[in-house]
Structure formats: structure tokens, C-alpha cells
Design a protein around this ligand. Sequence first.
Ligand SMILES: [Fe+2]
Length: 305
Amino acid sequence: MPTTRNRPAVGLLYNPATPDLVNHAPELVEYLAVMPDRLWFDFGPQASGRRFHRTLEAIEEIRQYVRGRLLAGHGLGLSLPSAIPLDEEFVDAIAVMSADLGGFQWFSEHLSVFLTPHGSVPNAQAGLGLPVIYDEETFEIMRGKLLRMKSALGCPILMENGSFFTPVPDLDMSEPAFLNRLQREGLCDTLLDLHNLYVGWRNDSPPPSEYIEELDPDAVVEIHLGGGDDFAGFYMDSHSGLTPPEVWQYAYDYVPRFKRLRAITFEFQETYYERIGVDALVAELNQMHELAACCNLEASAAHAR
Ligand SMILES: [Fe+2]
């Protein structure tokens, strides 16, 4: 496990197309993030004891591909900033999945509101993350949930900045200030999605450089790269393409500052796999290795706390 290396690992967010891509360039993929939410069907709290039905074939395939690679978990369904209790059964199921796969080195979730109350299916999600109100009340909601998750999962937790389609003015705290405080109080580290910052900028939020300058570089443990496209007058984080050149530019400008960075991760949606093309994805992985080579991590800080 590359915990003492002096550069971050390069990897992918796992999806059903990942095995084919890894088979084309096994040596370029050092890290995989898997989403437990995508590896089971959730029949809801009323199905007591039999709530999560796993997709066994997919889990067996993951077992094969995570061997010898750094492994983390990534989640979408907990909606941690929402003012609803933490879904304890969901967290416990993540812990069991982590143990079954050999242990997540860390677990990341989104700093967005996803859950819709009274949905027609269990754990119904909005389809896109809604912005968070950054104030003391939200901070206290997050504190309790993050402490419980850290203890249940036994690994560091990372919170990922969301992709938003409209600026939210007049907040008590900016998003980077909120993330800095979460880290300072020992609750979680940051997963910085550079493409999500680009999405915000394309949809009238301030430039990513302003955001990154405010963020504590020592909070960042993982970065996400990815691409999107235009839809109905908005730029979307559809994970439909390669990382745009502007995002690569901030990656080269800022990523070497992140002295605790452990992983550089590319996200794509499997339905776009053929369209993006395996050769282009292998070239993307090679470029990610070039970026990783620009990082010289501090030996004492080269692993998540
Ligand atoms: Fe992301």
C-alpha cells in the first residue's frame, strides 16, 4: 500500500467500464475509489435486517481489480449537510462493505444536499446536489455526523466540494472557509474536485483560483478531474469527457502545493466510455502521472490523518 510514497497515486472512480480501461493500462491505475451506493439495491429501513441487497457479481469483479491497488470508498447518498438524522444503517452497511473489500483507506462524501424527503423509493435523491448554507447550524449538523462516521468506518473522512449551477450569495462562511474549519477541528479532510470548481465558474461563480487560494492546502487529500458539457444554457458536470484544458492549468498551478495529497482521480460516466475512447483515457491517465510527478509530498504528511 503506497502510504509512504512521496507522490500521490493516480486512479479512477470505479464504474462498470473500469475493468476494460484497467486491462488496457494496468500499470497506470494505482488507485480505485468504489461507491457502495452503486453495489447494492436499497429496499429501505422497513426491510429490517434485509435492507441492502448486494450485486454480488459486480463486487467479485471489484475484488479482482482492487488487488494491489490503493482503495477508498466514495459516497453520494448520505446527504450529510441535510437537517435529518444520519442514516445509521447506511453507514453500517458501508463499514461492512469496506471490511469485505480489505478496508477503505478513506471514505469521501459530497458537501451537498441530495436526499428528497417522502420519495417514492428508499433513499430517493434529487439527481443533482443542492447548495449548502454555510453557517453555524450546518457546521454543528456536520460535526455530529462526521464524528459518528469516523468511528463507524475507522478511517479518515473526506468531504468533496459540489458542482453548483448558480452562485449562493451572502453566506456566513464561504465554502473553502467551511472546509478549512472542518479540517481544523479534526472532523474531515477535503476532496477537491477541480472540475466542479470549473462548473461553478462557467455558471457565474467566482474563478476557481479565488476558491483554491482561500482553501488550506494541507486539507486536500484527494483531487478529482473530469469533464462535462453544455446543456440548456448551463455547463454540467456530466462526466462525459476529458478534463478541459483550463482545469489542467489550475491542476498544474495548485496541486504541487497540496503536501498531503494521496490520490489524483479521474471520473467518467460509463455510458460515455465508447465516445471518449480508450486511447484518450489512457492518454489522460498518462497526463495524470505527469501531474503526480510534479508533487513532492512531505514524508511525515504523506498519509491522511
Ligand atoms: Fe467529483
